[in-house]
Ligand binder design. Structure first.
Ligand code: ADP
Ligand code: GLC
Length: 495
């Protein structure tokens, strides 16, 4: 099958969160299964670091943006020396320090930047003479691809057999712009209505993806159900319910070639189920690096995340005194909302020697922190899938999570009786619930042989991409079958 995987961020080229991890790993799983998969993303400034392995294809694209035409080269590299990855260049749009905005402000031309990306992808397919069977779109930045295919490119024979899958990684980010961006996108006004891209008077790229793509997926089964409710639907629940039969939950996976303490090059000592002792070295290393004053009996709990409402930061803040009273040491790694960053910045002063925080985004810090910690706290308000708790399982950092979305689906509550389970879950988004889980965790930690069993339960879990990739492929096939039968009933120029 020919698959084009479109994402606004792809690890290791550009990353702000889990989407990049998915886009940097899932295509490799398709490739391993023998498919012709290619990835496409904007050529951001951060890609310069990889310029040695990237070449100019000699092809370029032209995209009308309102009255003007923007052009740019198509560059090509390899995703981990495997699948081809195309970078759409346009220096006026993408040669910036950040991906989506800076100083807590979105870039004001984000509509134009991702119009260029979406339409540019279709133009790039033609320029490269790559006719995808499936274009797999991810989040709002790619939401206009299915819209274009069903409008401006509807009669284009090049895409006659191309189907679309749109994956929702996070419904809160919608790419809603003012209505006058409709002509900027070159779209006809008849897409701007309640069953099209209109969303409370705005032009919604996300809604475009939700309405116009052949099928929809999201990244866990629980989140799939949750987004059809007002509580988690961010206003899109009606649209999603109307497409319920085309909406599927496929859990994310983990790339264990990168997220694995047995081979990660950044941690002090590699370890795994057979040689757990290395985890102790990683713990000692983290303690030393961060200048913590703790002994073996002190459990280290960490929080590695974007600092935002979604991740339950308010609950973390409220619960911090209690956590520290239970005798924990706390390590925080994150970037995000300014007031949360300030809180993180000031926190170590309140608990000298027992708390260290790193405000910034550094891949190596995430690995070192998970390897050196005993527990990971993730009290999310909502969580489409969550990858960090899956990484934590493999790194032997026991997850304490709120039972929501993908956290609910991937972590099993530990039972003292059966000694089964991989972590601690609580349901209510409220302090007493958080406290109870923290207390249970600290009690089990005191019984080190049982704690070891709990760690082993988690490390044994296999959330590799293989199973999810198979599920996506099945879905792709069903889209193509559907396409074929509807094409048979349709008169295309050459039929
Ligand atoms: P989300 O996509 O909502 O941020 P995920 O759990 O799916 O959540 O993925 C988060 C990814 O981003 C993980 O790879 C995690 O290690 C990484 N990450 C988040 N914050 C930081 C940070 N400050 N430093 C390094 N890595 C981070
Ligand atoms: C989003 C979600 C996260 C998910 C990630 C990758 O950013 O917040 O839960 O794991 O996308 O799908």
């Amino acid at each position: 099958m020919k698959i084009l995987f479109a994402s606004s961020e792809v690890f290791p080229f550009a990353k702000t969160g889990g989407l990049a991890d998915v886009a940097g790993a899932l295509p490799l799983a398709f490739k391993e299964l023998g498919h012709d998969v290619r990835v496409v993303m904007p050529k951001y400034k951060s890609i310069e670091k990889h310029s040695e392995s990237i070449h100019d294809t000699g092809k370029q694209i032209s995209v009308p943006i309102g009255q003007e035409t923007q052009t740019g080269r198509i560059l090509e590299g390899r995703l981990f020396e495997s699948a081809p990855i195309y970078f759409l260049e346009n220096n006026s749009y993408y040669q910036r320090d950040y991906l989506y905005g800076e100083h807590y402000q979105e870039y004001p031309d984000n509509a134009a930047r991702y119009i260029y990306f979406c339409r540019g992808i279709l133009e790039a397919c033609k320029a490269m003479d790559f006719k995808p069977d499936i274009i797999h779109c991810n989040d709002w930045q790619t939401g206009l691809i299915p819209v274009y295919l069903k409008t401006l490119y509807n009669e284009d024979l090049f895409f006659k057999d191309t189907g679309t899958v749109f994956t929702i990684h996070n419904l809160a980010y919608q790419g809603n712009f003012w209505h006058l961006d409709i002509p900027l996108a070159g779209l006809p006004w008849d897409v701007f209505h309640i069953d099209g891209v209109e969303f409370y008077g705005k032009f919604s790229f996300l809604k475009g993806g939700l309405i116009y793509s052949d099928v929809l997926t999201t990244v866990s089964k629980s989140y799939k159900d949750e987004i059809c409710t007002p509580e988690h639907g961010f206003g899109m629940e009606g649209v999603l319910r109307s497409r319920e039969k085309d909406l599927f939950g496929i859990l994310n996976g983990v790339d264990y070639t990168k997220w694995n303490p047995a081979n990660n090059p950044w941690i002090k000592k590699n370890y795994g189920l057979e040689n757990l002792i290395g985890k102790q070295d990683c713990r000692d290393d983290l303690i030393q690096e961060l200048g913590l004053k703790v002994d073996k009996k002190t459990p280290i709990i960490c929080f590695v995340s974007r600092l935002c409402y979604q991740k339950g930061f308010e609950l973390l803040k409220e619960g911090m005194q209690y956590i520290m009273k239970q005798g924990f040491a706390f390590v925080g790694v994150g970037t995000g909302q300014s007031e949360y960053q300030q809180y993180f910045h000031d926190l170590p002063k309140l608990f000298p020697g027992k708390c260290a925080t790193f405000v910034g985004y550094k891949e190596v810090m995430a690995h070192k922190t998970l390897a050196g910690s005993d527990m990971l706290l993730l009290p999310s308000q909502y969580e489409p899938c969550g990858l960090t708790q899956l990484y934590a399982l493999k790194y032997g950092a026991v997850p304490i999570v709120r039972s929501v979305g993908g956290l609910r689906d991937t972590i099993q509550n530990f039972s003292m009786n059966s000694k089964k389970g991989t972590g601690f879950k609580f349901r209510g988004f409220a302090i007493p619930h958080l406290h109870r889980s923290i207390k249970r965790a600290v009690d089990v930690f005191k019984d080190q042989p049982v704690w070891k069993q709990l760690i082993i339960n988690g490390m044994k879990k296999d959330y590799g991409w293989g199973r999810s990739a198979e599920e996506y492929l099945k879905l792709y096939k069903s889209v193509l079958d559907r396409k074929k039968s509807s094409n048979n009933g349709q008169t295309f120029g050459l039929n």
